[in-house]
Design a protein around this ligand. Sequence first.
Ligand SMILES: Nc1nc2c(ncn2[C@@H]2O[C@H](COP(=O)(O)OP(=O)(O)O)[C@@H](O)[C@H]2O)c(=O)[nH]1
Ligand SMILES: [Mg+2]
Length: 363
Amino acid sequence: MLKCGIIGLPLSGKSTIFNVVTRAGAEVKPYASGKTDPNRAMVNVPDERFDHLARLFEPKKVTPATVEFVDLAGLSRNASKGEGVGNAFLSFVSESDALVHVVRLFENSDVPHPENSIDPVRDWNIVEMELIFRDLGVIENRLSRLQAKKKNIPSEIEEKALLERCQSCLLEERPLRELGLSSEDLRLLSGFAFVTLKPELIVANLDETQTDDSLPVLGALRELAKTKGIRLLKIFGKMEMEITELPEEEQKEFMGELGIEESGRNRLISEAYALLGLLSFFTTGKDEVRAWTLVKGDNAVDAAGAIHSDLARGFIRAQVVSYEDFISHEHSLAKCREKGVLRLEGKEYIVADGDMIEIRFNV
Ligand SMILES: Nc1nc2c(ncn2[C@@H]2O[C@H](COP(=O)(O)OP(=O)(O)O)[C@@H](O)[C@H]2O)c(=O)[nH]1
Ligand SMILES: [Mg+2]
């Protein structure tokens, strides 16, 4: 199961965002400096297509796709040097597959800021530098080990060259994801679990008073995100947490007043799912409508295997129709077949997000 780790400075709103995402209720656990063991939760991935299919098939059981979120302790300045929760924290970061980086924009005199002022660009850079230092430390360790050997074997010489390339990138204060490493390089480096290679999403945590889109601090953060090629999402953390407490009807009304179409919660989960490189395919029937998770690029046999190993082993063909085609053909499989949008695909077929699949198999 792929994990999304929530990172950021202490008191930036990570636990608030985590609670919004997990709907864990209004109780925010206070920041405890010694606490390193993170909260985790499986979250259903909101998907209108899935909801629609569930309404059409009226199955006995519905099983949406899920993704795991992890609320990490705050990362302080000098964490990479072991300060604050330091290295323990960083090891949790390295276990995450993608990072949701919460940056504080909200003003609240009751909540102290670890750097004593609201400056999201500075805050983002503090955390980014800690991540860079962590990866640099890992590289230095490995390089000194390789250098201590009398003689390096060819694979070690290759590894050394690659690590030195990574090192110079980091020394320029650039994350490794900017280096454009080949898939072969990435495979060689996978054991290091470099944190600056992880895909990242920035969450601008705003106050309910900060609805003006031309807010200067937001503009500065946007500019930074654009330069770095990182997606940015605005979330009214505390307010969204309060919204999730309201009855559904009132939630819609409230969001309407603020000009939000989809809740930040839904957007955040969907973005995180895509950030992890995940997609959903559907199986449908009277018994169950279910969304299954695959990694982009997975093929029909992977889809079969997600359902059951027997289906992968005895795979013959996959019957596939896209959700859009299914809906636009009177949501009738017979109609889809007649119009030729229902296909029989082989093992090599690359599954697309929103495919409705039935596996033909023989064991
Ligand atoms: N006014 C306001 N306060 C917030 C917001 N988000 C979080 N807070 C408050 O800031 C404090 C720290 O939030 P928390 O989520 O625990 O931060 P963490 O240390 O990053 O996990 C709590 O008292 C929250 O209620 C927000 O959007 N607006
Ligand atoms: Mg917290």
